[in-house]
Design a binder for this molecule. Structure first.
Ligand SMILES: [Fe+2]
Ligand SMILES: [Fe+2]
Length: 287
């Protein structure tokens, strides 16, 4: 089973300030001034090209396709991803795709835009979706909160964790947006983290996934199974960002077999090339 995992695409899109409200105005200005240049279009094109040339069974996107959840950003994301949106694709939303209440509403923009690739809902009251790809079961969570403040916290209700561990009767791959573990060098601030992470990790102990795929913190890592989190955790954020001193950006191709290989691809000289994964033991970080 070959799983290609990308995350935090934050596709660049020019938006009229007059079409924004509330915190999206501040969020968009912040993006234009500070983050836009980190996600150049040449890199976005190189990523789509690289994916088309790789051999994989499933393509997983763990959220943050947009910046401020503007309707035109969802359309833009769909247009860019078109060549790689197939029946092998499974995606979940990130906090930037739930930026404002109007992105959620009775017909949420994320669900409306990507209905064909978000799997089947398995519960009427909360976001819990599954998709089977090449015989493997993928489970998607929505750990995001549409709150008026400019914070990036996440939360996964207890019932979601309980239902996940109860319903999955076979090995599964879990996909969420927020990290469940961070290396000691990348500890998240209280306004950026999944606020009930300890509870989520404890809940998963009952029937842990094979792998947890996520993004949100824009630097790559692979955490090997340990005592608290007896599964591998892979962070592929951000797959469309230029690397720098503090950000190791790229994506992963996870080849699961008798032994699992974590292949990592990074952008360099106008194309993506393979390099070493950044591997950690659980004890090198914290839940
Ligand atoms: Fe992000
Ligand atoms: Fe995020």
């Amino acid at each position: 089973m070959k799983i290609l995992h990308i995350s935090d695409l934050h596709f660049p899109k020019k938006i009229s300030l007059f079409s924004l409200r509330g915190k999206a105005i501040v969020g968009y200005l912040n993006y234009r001034l500070r983050r836009k240049s980190k996600h150049p279009l040449v890199l976005v094109a190189a990523m789509v090209d690289a994916i088309q040339n790789l051999d994989y069974d499933a393509l997983i996107i763990s959220g943050d396709l947009t910046n401020v959840s503007h309707p035109s950003e969802f359309q833009n994301a769909k247009d860019i991803l078109k060549p790689i949106l197939t029946d092998k694709t499974f995606l979940i939303p990130g906090n930037h795709d739930r930026y404002q209440k109007r992105a959620m509403g009775p017909n949420p923009l994320f669900e409306a835009s990507f209905a064909e690739w978000i799997g089947e809902s398995v519960h009427p009251h909360f976001y819990l979706r599954t998709k089977r790809i090449a015989g493997k079961l993928f489970v998607g969570w929505d750990s995001n909160l549409a709150i008026p403040r400019i914070t990036a916290n996440g939360y996964v209700p207890k019932e979601v964790v309980e239902t996940t561990t109860k319903l999955m009767k076979e090995p599964y791959v879990l996909v969420g947006h927020h990290p469940l573990w961070n290396p000691n060098t990348e500890v998240e601030s209280s306004t950026h983290r999944l606020s009930n992470r300890k509870e989520v990790v404890e809940g998963l102990q009952r029937n842990p996934p094979d792998v947890y795929l996520h993004g949100h913190t824009h630097t790559n890592w692979v955490k090997l199974p340990g005592k608290e989190t007896p599964f591998t955790i892979v962070n592929s954020a951000s797959s469309t960002r230029l690397s720098d001193r503090k950000h190791e950006c790229g994506f992963h191709l996870i080849e699961m077999g008798k032994t699992t290989h974590y292949r990592r691809f990074i952008y360099s000289e106008n194309k993506f090339t393979e390099t070493n994964p950044i591997l950690y033991e659980e004890t090198e970080g914290i839940v």
